[in-house]
Write a protein that binds this ligand. Structure first.
Ligand SMILES: [Fe+2]
Ligand SMILES: [Fe+2]
Length: 476
């Protein structure tokens, strides 16, 4: 197992001390990162003591240390999962050959683009969540928000390390740009659409963690298959941290459902108005938020048919999640994939694409299956409480802005509809102004240890075996 030296300015397991040039370059970037954190991170909480986990190794058994820290003092470090001996390329044209320890010149720009795009999402989400701390539903949730924020900061470090270490001057320039673009900025927005959507309430935050962070999980999983071994190892370790972000999304939404069901039982009604009078989130409202974040996140996978996706797969740059265990054919030179596209006359037709060109869609399908898991669980809760309401993911054709279905109006089931019907139905499909106002009105901060806002049930257990009413954040 590799060791991490915490006496260094930048904790790492990449032997930074023996590469003075790289170390100096990263130490030069470090104060800029901290400036960015102070300006656009959860800055009003710089003096709060937060119970956080910090990565201290990459060993599956004990990779994290828990303790109380002030966020600006968090030790953002560079950690790569341990190398796999004799690892070979797992997919594409070079299948079976040894993996690369350097970026092959001919694939440099493709790699750089992918790494920058992934890296850009990490600080973007911190910026999106910049003000959420003020309206936390509990100290437990506040701590989870901050945990995610510091880890997204570390994920930025992970990508910046790769850029600095393997892309020379271009990489250093890209690392600067990662701090120069900002979520929602008119002139210099973040690269991907969803990462420019504001997250102003906790319902959106939990949806973001559930849907958008899950996109991150799938992108990281496919980069963890990469033939460029340092990138694969970086992503493998990021996934260890990412699991918690999924957890926050799934349990957050599950707790909202639980609270709503309690209220429905108490008042003997499932009427949205009556539920709202009791300060909970009615299930149709939740459904509209799910529709919004799910459809927005689907676009992050790109077009159904993409020559770019084909090239990155063929060249061994980006694989499929769990390439080794989930698929038989790792070359995909002659297979095909069936996709549904608009027929241009208001209907749907089936089309076949060479498998390699359909890799975005393969990834999106796997993502959708993963998204279903939480919904099944929440629907069980609803059913057990005696209600017939069912939360559903909209069709992958609904409200798309990228790909074959971009700007083609469909209903939630993905049936093409006229523009007029689409506009007319929208208030039932996506959160409207009154929904957002109502959700906003619920966002009153609760900071007494163990207390929860009225719209969310307490978690089943606390963090790291501590009780739920532990003072996870001392606001000072
Ligand atoms: Fe991340
Ligand atoms: Fe994340």
């Amino acid at each position: 197992m590799s060791t991490i030296d915490y006496s260094e300015k930048i904790p790492n397991n990449v032997d930074l001390a023996n590469d003075r040039t790289l170390q100096r370059a990263l130490e030069h970037w470090q104060p800029r990162f901290l400036e960015w954190w102070k300006e656009l991170g959860p800055n009003d909480f710089a003096n709060s003591d937060v119970y956080l986990r910090t990565a201290v190794g990459v060993d599956a058994q004990g990779w994290a240390h828990y303790g109380t820290v002030k966020m600006p003092d968090y030790r953002w470090g560079i950690f790569l999962a341990d190398p796999i001996a004799d690892r070979t390329i797992g997919f594409g044209d070079s299948f079976g050959q040894p993996v690369w320890q350097q970026v092959p010149g001919e694939f440099r720009s493709q790699f750089r683009r992918l790494i920058v795009t992934q890296g850009d999402t990490e600080p973007a989400s911190v910026e999106q969540q910049h003000r959420l701390g003020h309206t936390c539903p509990s100290l437990y949730d506040l701590r989870n928000l901050f945990q995610i924020n510091v880890e997204e900061g570390r994920h930025l470090w992970a990508m910046v390390y790769i850029l600095h270490a393997y892309f020379g001057r271009d990489g250093r320039e890209e690392a600067e740009e990662l701090l120069a673009r900002h979520s929602g900025d008119v002139d210099k927005p973040r690269i991907l659409g969803t990462f420019n959507e504001p997250i102003e309430d906790w319902l959106s935050f939990f949806c973001f963690c559930y849907f958008t962070d899950r996109d991150g999980k799938f992108q990281l999983k496919s980069l963890a298959e990469s033939s460029f071994d340092p990138l694969a190892r970086t992503c493998r370790f990021m996934l260890t941290e990412e699991a918690h972000h999924m957890f926050v999304g799934e349990t957050g939404l599950g707790r909202i459902v639980r609270r709503t069901l309690e209220v429905m039982k108490e008042i003997g009604s499932d009427g949205p108005e009556a539920i709202r009078r009791r300060g909970a989130v009615d299930l149709p409202l939740l459904q509209r938020y799910l529709n919004f974040w799910f459809s927005s996140s689907l676009d992050l996978f790109g077009s159904e048919v993409s020559s770019n996706a084909a090239t990155t797969f063929a060249n061994g740059i980006k694989g499929r999640p769990d390439e080794t265990t989930q698929y038989q054919d790792h070359v995909c030179a002659d297979s095909s994939f069936e996709i549904e596209v608009p027929d241009g006359k208001g209907g749907i037709i089936k089309d076949t694409s060479p498998m390699r060109n359909a890799m975005n869609e393969v990834l999106r399908d796997a993502y959708i299956r993963d998204c279903e898991i939480g919904l099944k669980r929440w629907n069980m809760q609803i059913k057990r409480a005696g209600y017939s309401f069912e939360l559903k993911l909209p069709s992958n054709r609904f409200r798309r802005a990228i790909g074959a279905w971009a700007n083609i109006p469909t209903d939630l089931e993905g049936r093409p509809v006229g523009r007029e019907e689409y506009d007319r139905s929208m208030p039932g499909w996506l959160p409207g102004a009154s929904d957002r106002d109502y959700v906003k009105s619920l966002m009153q901060r609760v900071v007494e240890p163990g207390k929860m806002a009225a719209w969310i049930a307490p978690p089943e257990r606390g963090v790291n075996n501590l009780p739920v009413d532990y003072e996870y954040v001392r606001l000072n």
